[in-house]
Design a protein around this ligand. Structure first.
Ligand SMILES: Nc1ncnc2c1ncn2[C@@H]1O[C@H](COP(=O)(O)OP(=O)(O)O)[C@@H](O)[C@H]1O
Ligand SMILES: [Mg+2]
Length: 217
């Protein structure tokens, strides 16, 4: 990110969600963004995943400026290179566990997504729950399904927005260790937003944010 600013217009007022942020994240790093609600963490993750664009400055993913890409190039980039995990899991509750994990592969046009989805589920320890409906899972299990879905297409970058925010401490810690383990196994880069210093401690780099800016520790 090079001098990235992101303004929103809310009821005629300008809200500066990010204010001149410059940040370079090396491949394979696990970076935690820490700060209070409203400091700009989610905005930064959306920009990093090319789901939103800066008002000023540039975001580059593997050297490509996201604001210079066409809509089809952006769709491909998001589908192939980025995975997203949310606080609220965002599972589709009319689909089974394994069907949820298949969704990104189906969107990418994969013919027979079941074996890859099963393999991914096994890697998060949920192979035996593949045919359950999502409402039959605990919160920690739901987040494991969401992580399997975010990684099934082999992205290079995982964006996790408060991934432990809806979980109790022990379950949240298990999810954090799973993220760390996955990062180590697969040269994955992780950007995780959290307001918990405890959660951030799992990362190799902790960036503190306040009022749309990175602050020095
Ligand atoms: N779509 C939006 N429209 C207007 N303001 C927004 C929008 N999204 C976020 N904001 C504002 O931008 C600031 C940063 O928000 P956000 O990135 O969601 O912070 P965090 O994830 O750290 O809680 C907040 O003041 C928030 O109210
Ligand atoms: Mg947020």
């Amino acid at each position: 990110m090079e001098h990235v600013t992101r303004d929103y217009a809310a009821e005629g007022e300008r809200v500066r969600a990010l204010n001149d942020v410059s940040l370079s994240v090396g491949s394979g790093r696990f970076v935690a963004l820490v700060g209070r609600s409203g400091c700009g963490k989610s905005t930064l993750l959306h920009l990093a995943g090319a789901m939103d664009f800066p008002t000023a400055g540039h975001v580059r993913l593997e050297g490509l400026a996201t604001d210079a890409l066409s809509e089809p190039e952006l769709t491909r980039l998001r589908r192939e290179k980025v995975g997203f995990v949310f606080q609220s899991f965002q599972l589709l509750n009319t689909l089974s566990v394994v069907e949820n994990v298949e969704v990104p592969l189906l969107l990418a046009g994969r013919r027979n997504p079941r074996p890859a989805a099963m393999e991914r589920l096994a890697s998060v320890g949920l192979a035996e729950l593949a045919h359950r409906m999502t409402h039959q899972l605990s919160g920690g299990q739901m987040q494991r399904v969401a992580i399997a879905r975010a990684l099934v297409h082999g992205p290079r970058l995982l964006l996790a927005d408060e991934p432990t925010g809806n979980l109790d401490t022990a379950t949240g810690n298990a999810i954090l260790h799973l993220l760390r383990q996955i990062r180590e196994e697969q040269k994955l880069t992780i950007l995780m937003a959290t307001h918990s210093a405890e959660a951030a401690a799992i990362a190799d780099v902790v960036i503190h944010m306040r009022d749309g800016q990175m602050v020095q520790d």
